[in-house]
Design a binder for this molecule. Sequence first.
Ligand code: ATP
Length: 294
Amino acid sequence: IPLRVLGSCFHVAMDGIAASEKIFKIIDTPVIKEETKEMKDFHNIHIAFEDISFSYEKNRKTLEHINLNIENGKITALAGVSGCGKSTIANMLMGFYKNYEGKILLNHKELRSVDPFQLRKKIHVVTNNSYIFTGTFEDNLKIGKATATEKEMHEALKKVNLYDFVMSLDKGLKSEIKEEGANLSGGQCQRLAFARALLYDSEIYIFDEATSNIDVESEEAIMKVIYELGKIKTVILISHRLYNVRGADRIYVLSKGKLKEMGNHEKLMDQKGVYFELVSEQNELEQSGVENYA
Ligand code: ATP
């Protein structure tokens, strides 16, 4: 389940964040709180999940004994069928749940001891349902970076294949977007959210089904941007479309909350295990013309 859908699907009770609207606030709004010196020095973030187990509900484990090593300057992908726990891992990293067993370390610092508002400055999430604000394209982009120049905004739009569209509008960057992007297509909203993400300059990026709804051409452009970003940032990629994760440096394959396999695409294909089965299934479905094989 993509992060933004959390609020509408579940009533989540969490330490310090009781209502779903607050989650949206945390994800979608820029952080005003001054960054501490400690967090300013928090670069090149290495993330380690050490023997993590977690349950949303009593007697039902969602994640069991998960070990992950998520390196800076690399793309780490999470793969597995719907409901295996991919978004839960992303949610945990956002600091939404603290009642887990094991350790989540960010550059050796336990996540529970990091101020959630400070953490928010370092992590940016793009989903297939990212929030688009009422206002202009410029307003939406400047949420990513308040001081962004016109050139920077143009560059970001070009990278996500949205530049020509915005420039074709009478007022260009100053064109108005209706509430929640009502006058844009789903794909345009996603591409705008992507352009905003590029301007954010976070340390950790989570792309959770971020390219579903997008046409193939734009998807290719965006995947290229994600892979470029992966060279310098800490990037976690979650995508049903395994085609998109085949270039990842490391793919973790989950099944029913357990880690089953780990490696790059070639290694996992050679192994002929869960990942190989998933890829084979998707290839068959694609060949038979089924588009939604989630
Ligand atoms: P998808 O690919 O469909 O997004 P996923 O692999 O990301 O799925 P999660 O969203 O992490 O899976 O869900 C893992 C399990 O936890 C599922 O069984 C789901 O029903 C359950 N779950 C997710 N969020 C909650 C919640 N807030 N409360 C209770 N159960 C939840």
